[in-house]
Design a protein around this ligand. Sequence first.
Ligand SMILES: [Zn+2]
Length: 497
Amino acid sequence: MLDFLIKKISIIDGSGKKAFIGDIGIKDNKIIIKNLSDYEFKEIINGENKIICPGFIDVHSHDDLSVINDKKVSHNIKQGITTMIVGNCGFGVSPHKSAKIQMSSLYNVDGIQKSWNNFSEYFDLLDNEPPSINIGVLIGHHTIRRHSLDLANKTSPTKEELSTMISIVEEGMEAGCLGLSTGLVYEPGRNAKTEEIISLAKNIKKYNGVYVSHMRNEADRLFDSINETANIGIESEVKVEISHLKTVGKDFWGNSIKALEMIENYSDQGLNINADQYPYTARSTMLKALLINGTFDQNNSSSPMGKSDSSEVLLCSVPGDKELEGKTLEDIQYLYDLPTEETVKKLLSEVSDKILVAAFSMNEKDVQIIMKHPLVMIGTDGIDCGSKPHPRAWGTYPRILEHYVKNNNVITLEQAINKMTLMPAEKFNIKNRGLIKENYFADLVIIDLSNLKDNSTFTNPKNPPDGIDYIFVNGKKSIEKGKELNVFSGMTVKNNV
Ligand SMILES: [Zn+2]
């Protein structure tokens, strides 16, 4: 007996292969395609004029801690995400105490009462009280560094401190983590030398783990950063994923072409290297990180995070003063009557040191060039925090399908789905997902492409899309006609299963 029979639907299987019309069955948590006429079924769904594809795998999530308090993760599931990989940019969940300190710069973690002693216990917690979607976990470099070093921001760990870090990496990989991430513009990870990261990355090799990096510089030294990232992969013999590939700052627009050529060369030489991207010309980060990296420093023309004009910086989340959310830094500057950098310092010291901003720093042409590249997949980097989060938290996948596929033909529908499903699954060792295939997990999305609309904007970001009709997570119907059914059928996704 099938739980669902979906009839006459356009199937985009995730492999990149052209769409074709067919029927799909769901039985328990698996996909059934063969001999469908042999089965009876409980529920039938008419798939005419709709598409079905594997659920999206978000390779760049930051919902590690927020998912503990909010199992619904609505901003994810409502855009078609059925698996998220957390622990990005060096922000990981273990050890717990340093995780809370580290993650508190991204969003409010005060309400999180549950705790865990290691990655294994974090997985147990999720297995016992599953969220709405599947979750894979990366080990975060900042978190283990903050825990292990006497002074988190010093340049080199002692031998003992390094071995403490390595033991946490080993525990994480043994527990089922998918790899190790760094965020080399943020404290404390930015102080680490390349050698330290290689020493850590070597310990994920036997688990086929991925080294994932928010690189040291995405502006004037983007190319050096790509070399550093690739070399870490080569030296430690592990797979490499460059997080949210971009070129920030007007002076460096156009550099995407050479950046992609470099990545391609490393790939041709045998390194397993990819990049991911969110589909916007604005990035989002901590205001404090921009300040530390010299973004507003008038006396220095270079910055690892690029330069930004105050009119291009939008306040997304301002703990303590919601009124400021949605205003630009330029608006605040008028209010304070101070130069930009002084305005930022005053905001951080007098209002909150945990302000998230969006900054319009990229060029649309670069975004499209990166998106088209066959080594690039999709991730959201979403943080649903404050009243005006960057719209990528709610709109990444619908925006690609509506804006870049349907309206502008930048990539084909089949390519887009491949970048959202099978590519991430293969990269991160996620078995039996990311493809519509007999006996694969039934993580599926049914979309009415003609009605698909990305409704998440910078002024009104917390708005789910139209046109995502059904979502199944491990065979359970979780969204019906766009409505959440509050079903919690997510599973942990581990390297060893
Ligand atoms: Zn990042």
